[in-house]
Ligand binder design. Structure first.
Ligand code: ADP
Ligand code: MG
Length: 466
């Protein structure tokens, strides 16, 4: 096709926009969702693009719509909006969608032997995503926050028949959901190589759906899962909001459960809290076993660091590990990252791993974590320090022995968090913002008059900052 010059400009803009977006979302997502996009025209301030199906449109709109608009108006300030329409491709086999490379998925045992028989090869190798060799039960450190999820995962892996369906794992980012899912897969395959396990991201699953629907091929789609004993879909929070897809998902899900297939799902929220998901699907998801992974504790973080440093064969003084466990509280991924950075640095410069180098190397990361002190933590530490109950932080008691520590906690909340005065007041038993203001003034006043009090406050501040 011949482009006139404005067409060509538009195509060039799209090229740059899609390249940027590709870098942000990764090759697979790009291939799945953006490559099929056809750029139609610029109409006033609106760019018009088209995709082959309604589901694709919903997906692109929900996940990339806003970013597309931003990037495009960055390329061409005239552009204020992006409209996505549906334009079924006339020749499906020639469409860009078809040259998506199959996801390589050869599960290997920790040795190197091919772990699967032909069933796995045929069904899973084309769809299933690769499993990470390191994500095994052996490498998973168990502690209070994850022991339930871990036990449930083990149970599913060991069971000869389906113990509960689905197993729904949920928890915040970087807390081990994907790790546990891969561990189940490895374990099942190790026990019985003839069992087939399929693991894929919700995004990939949806893409398959969309393609099947477009080709009016949902029967085949479901058939693909028929040969699978265990189906795992990671990060299903992305399924919400797209009604037609949910409908199909619901049916496929039911069909698989009826056929006695084990289904394992993960999400960042509990089924009941999933946004934009129909009630009947929620209640179906709640029917199996729902296991949440809680935020890490200091003990778990320390245990993970000990295990990882042993695996990495680095000798880290306990002080360093304790320091990291105290400071990097966000999630395990970040904790691992911190340890890797410190280890890499010390190896590179050939220095010993010490507390000083750790602080130096992680300077930026530590600052970012510092800002995450919570009011709850402040209340707890201050209560401990003054030997009062945490509940007294919220209580109406006005005795000096509790009122003063409470004021100190309010003061520190103001200093160390970005919460507003009314927000802080609410966290202290619903007090008024003027009470918080008064507390801040009072503590400032006392710090000037009473040096041992000032030291106390300073000590607490440093403790909370780490
Ligand atoms: P999620 O899927 O919940 O976002 P991941 O499973 O990807 O989290 O975990 C992030 C990283 O932290 C991975 O490298 C994983 O191996 C590691 N990790 C998480 N929890 C644990 C644990 N309990 N023991 C060992 N490693 C863990
Ligand atoms: Mg994950």
């Amino acid at each position: 096709m011949e482009f006139n010059s404005s067409d060509r400009q538009l195509q060039n803009q799209w090229y740059r926009v899609s390249t940027r977006l590709k870098a942000e979302i990764g090759d697979t997502a790009y291939e799945n969702w953006l490559k099929p996009v056809k750029v139609c025209e610029l109409n006033g301030s609106e760019v018009r693009i088209a995709v082959p199906s309604r589901l694709m449109r919903d997906w692109v709109l929900t996940n990339y719509g806003e970013r597309l608009r931003q990037l495009w108006s960055g390329e061409n300030p005239v552009v204020k909006s992006v409209d996505i329409s549906i334009q079924p491709s006339s020749a499906p086999s020639a469409s860009a969608l078809e040259d998506v490379p199959p996801m390589a998925a050869k599960a290997r045992k920790s040795g190197d032997t091919q772990a699967k028989s032909s069933g796995w090869e045929a069904a899973a190798s084309e769809i299933s995503a690769p499993l990470d060799k390191r994500y095994t039960f052996e490498n998973f450190v168990v502690g209070k926050p994850n022991e339930f999820a871990y036990a449930a995962a083990r149970r599913v892996a060991e069971a000869a028949s389906v113990p509960f369906n689905p197993l729904f794992l949920y928890g915040g980012v970087g807390l081990g959901k994907t790790h546990l899912m891969h561990a189940i897969a490895w374990d099942i395959v190790k026990r019985n190589p003839s069992r087939t396990v399929m693991y894929l991201s919700a995004e990939k699953f949806m893409y398959r759906f969309v393609r099947a629907l477009r080709e009016q091929n949902t029967v085949d789609f479901k058939e693909q899962f028929r040969s699978v004993d265990v189906l795992m879909i990671d990060d299903v929070q992305f399924i919400g909001g797209r009604d037609a897809t949910q409908e199909e998902f619901f049916h496929t899900f039911n069909a698989l459960v009826d056929q006695g297939r084990q289904i394992i799902l993960s999400a960042d929220k509990s089924p009941s809290d999933l946004e934009g998901v129909e009630e009947r699907l929620k209640s179906r998801l709640n029917c199996g076993l729902v296991a949440d992974i809680h935020a890490t504790t200091y003990e778990l973080r320390l245990a993970i660091l000990e295990s990882k440093s042993e695996q990495m064969q680095i000798t880290a003084p306990p002080k360093v590990l304790e320091f990291l466990a105290h400071k990097i509280t966000s999630n395990v991924r970040e904790l691992e990252g911190a340890l890797n950075r410190v280890a890499a640095h010390t190896q590179l410069v050939g220095r010993d791993l010490t507390l000083e180098t750790t602080q130096e190397v992680l300077h930026d990361l530590l600052r970012a974590n510092d800002r995450r002190v919570t009011i709850e933590e402040i209340q707890k530490r201050v209560a401990e320090h003054f030997n009062i109950r945490v509940s007294d932080m919220h209580s109406a008691r006005r005795a000096r022995s509790v009122a003063r520590p409470r004021q100190v906690a309010m003061y520190l909340a103001k200093q160390l968090t970005s919460r507003s005065l009314p927000e802080i007041g609410r966290k202290f038993g619903g007090r008024d913002h003027t009470t918080v203001m008064h507390a801040v003034r009072k503590v400032d006043e006392l710090r000037e008059k009473d040096s041992s009090f000032a030291e106390d406050v300073e000590l607490l501040r440093r403790m909370l900052e780490g």
